[in-house]
Design a protein around this ligand. Structure first.
Ligand code: ZN
Length: 198
């Protein structure tokens, strides 16, 4: 016999699909939903359906968008000669928050991971290559500092550099407020590689 009655069990199961949600939290969330009024429950269900139906990908940069173009690509003032390549839409939001970057983006929707069976063919790389016109002078590769992110950066560099376009990689290093003593070897190595003249 299941621990919970079937409709509740089904709801718990759905919450468990979400990242960072374990059994305990899923149970807590499912009980919270049970306490919803009918209107609240409908609003919740409609928000999920609406997000799935109305969030598309930008036809240029592949970022999530509610229209044909995302806000960045629709902005006339952005510098289209610099393209920052990221793994996902969350990275775009992080960089936009800094308000320092004036170029445009390209969202790959993942990174190369042979372990997970994700090859370059699963990423939005053809869409990126089709954007590399004579007007593009720099590609900033801002994939994550993980094994997959590095593999993706290497792959893209090999593809793009021969085209005569400058390829740069985000510098990674010691976090602000961090202590050298506690930095791991890879972080320290990256920080050394990414050092700059004062
Ligand atoms: Zn876009």
């Amino acid at each position: 016999m299941a621990e919970y009655i079937l409709p509740l069990e089904k709801l718990i199961e759905q919450f468990r699909h979400l990242p960072g949600i374990g059994q305990k939290t899923a149970v807590r969330l499912a009980f919270a939903v049970l306490d919803f009024t009918d209107d609240e429950a409908n609003a919740f269900a409609n928000a999920i359906r609406g997000a799935k139906e109305n969030v598309k990908t930008c036809s240029i940069c592949q970022n999530i968008s509610d229209g044909e173009l995302c806000p960045v690509c629709a902005d006339e003032n952005r510098d289209r000669s610099v393209i920052c390549v990221v793994e996902d839409a969350k990275a775009v939001m992080s960089i936009e928050k800094v308000r320092e970057y004036t170029g445009v983006y390209h969202v790959l929707h993942g990174s190369i991971s042979p372990m997970a069976g994700i090859g370059p063919d699963k990423l939005r790389i053809p869409e990126l290559l089709s954007r590399l016109t004579a007007d593009v002078r720099e590609i900033i590769i801002a994939t994550n500092p993980t094994v997959e992110g590095e593999a993706t950066a290497m792959y893209l560099t090999k593809l793009i550099k021969p085209l005569g376009i400058k390829v740069s990689r985000l510098a990674y290093g010691i976090p602000v407020g961090g202590d050298l003593e506690y930095a791991d070897e890879v972080t320290l190595m990256r920080a050394l590689e990414g050092r700059r003249l004062m």
